[in-house]
Design a protein around this ligand. Structure first.
Ligand code: NAD
Length: 268
C-alpha cells in the first residue's frame, strides 16, 4: 500500500514540531509538506535529514504543490476553520487537534467533510492514556458514590479547571445517570482553588515543572480507587494522531473524539 501523504498545518508550533519530528519516521505515512504562518524560506529540512519538504505560509499552495491525502492541524481555532474549508474543497481529509472550536464550527467541519466526500477527525485529546483514563473513570463512576479530581498543570496554563477535568467530571456524571454524593466540608476554608461539578470537587494545581497530569479519586466506605494519567512530553500525542491519519482516509464526515476510533464506546 502507498504511504498516506500528510501535510502539517502549524508545523512550527510546540505540537506541530513534534508531529514533523515523529511522522517523518513512519513507514506508512509520508510527510510531503508543511505550513505555518511563521514559515520563512520555501523548504523545511526533516529532522531525520532524509529530505527537505515544501514549507509555505499558504495552505492552498502547499496542497496544489504536494497533493496530500491528509492535513494535520495544530494551530489556533481561527486558523483551523479557513484551513478546513480550503482542504476539504481540495479533497484532503482532516485530522484536527486544535482546541477552542465552537460547536457551530465543529458542525460546519462535519458538513464540509460530507459535502466533499472526505473524512475529518477532531480530538480534543490525542493522548491515548488520557482517553483511556476518561473511559475507566466512566466505568468506575457507576459503582462508587464519591469522587474528586486533582488536575495538575504547568503554571502558564490560562484556564482552571482544565477542559479535560471538566469533561471528565461531566462524562462521569452522565455515565452514572445521577450526581455524585458530596461529603460536605464542615469548617473548611472556602477560598481554596476548586470547583464543583455535580458533587465532584475539582482541584487545580499550577506549578513550574509540571506538564499535564490528572488523577481521579473515587471514595467508598473502607476503600479508595485512583486513576491517574501523566503527560511526560508531547510525544504522547503521536500514536493518537497516527491512528487518526490511518482511519480518516477510510471515512466520510466527522468523527469527534479518539474514543470512537479506539472502539471504547462499544465496551462501555
Ligand atoms: N488535541 C490534543 O491532544 C492537543 C494537544 C496539545 C495541544 N492541542 C492544541 O493544539 C493547538 C496548538 O498547540 P501548540 O501548543 O502547538 O501551540 P503553538 O502556539 O505552539 O503552535 C501553534 C502554531 O500554529 C501557527 N499558526 C497560527 N496561526 C496560523 C495560521 N493562520 N496559519 C498557519 N499557522 C498558524 C503558529 O505560528 C504556531 O507555530 C492548540 O489549540 C492546543 O490547545 C491539542
Amino acid at each position: 500500500m502507498e504511504p498516506i501523504k500528510v501535510v502539517i498545518h502549524g508545523a512550527l508550533g510546540r505540537v506541530g514540531r513534534e508531529m514533523v519530528n515523529s511522522l517523518c519516521r513512519q513507514n506508512d505515512i509520508r510527510l510531503v509538506g508543511a505550513v505555518d504562518r511563521k514559515a520563512s524560506g520555501d523548504s523545511l529540512a526533516l529532522p531525520d535529514n532524509s529530505v527537505t519538504i515544501p514549507f509555505f505560509t499558504d495552505l492552498d499552495r502547499i496542497i496544489t504543490t504536494c497533493r496530500p491525502d491528509v492535513m494535520v492541524d495544530f494551530t489556533v481555532a481561527k486558523a483551523t476553520m479557513p484551513a478546513a474549508r480550503i482542504a476539504t474543497k481540495r479533497g484532503v481529509h482532516l485530522v484536527i487537534g486544535t482546541t477552542g472550536l465552537a460547536a457551530s464550527e465543529i458542525d460546519e467541519i462535519d458538513q464540509l467533510a460530507k459535502a466533499h466526500h472526505v473524512g475529518a477527525v477532531i480530538a480534543p485529546n490525542f493522548a491515548l492514556g488520557a482517553v483511556l483514563m476518561m473511559h475507566l473513570a466512566k466505568i468506575a463512576a457507576k459503582y462508587l458514590d464519591y469522587a474528586e479530581i486533582i488536575e495538575l498543570h504547568h503554571h502558564l496554563k490560562l484556564d482552571a479547571p482544565s477542559g479535560t477535568a471538566l469533561s471528565t467530571a461531566r462524562a462521569m456524571v452522565q455515565s452514572r445517570g445521577k450526581p455524585f454524593v458530596h461529603p460536605g466540608e464542615p469548617g473548611q476554608t472556602q477560598n481554596s482553588r476548586r470547583e464543583q461539578v455535580d458533587g465532584i470537587t475539582i482541584h487545580s494545581v499550577r506549578l513550574p515543572g509540571l506538564m499535564a497530569h490528572q488523577e481521579i479519586l473515587f471514595g467508598a466506605p473502607g476503600q479508595t480507587l485512583s486513576i491517574r494519567h501523566d503527560t511526560i512530553n508531547r510525544e504522547c500525542y503521536v500514536p493518537g494522531v497516527i491512528l487518526a491519519i490511518k482511519e480518516v482516509v477510510k471515512r466520510q464526515g466527522l468523527v469527534y473524539g479518539l474514543d470512537i476510533l479506539l472502539n471504547l464506546q462499544e465496551t462501555k
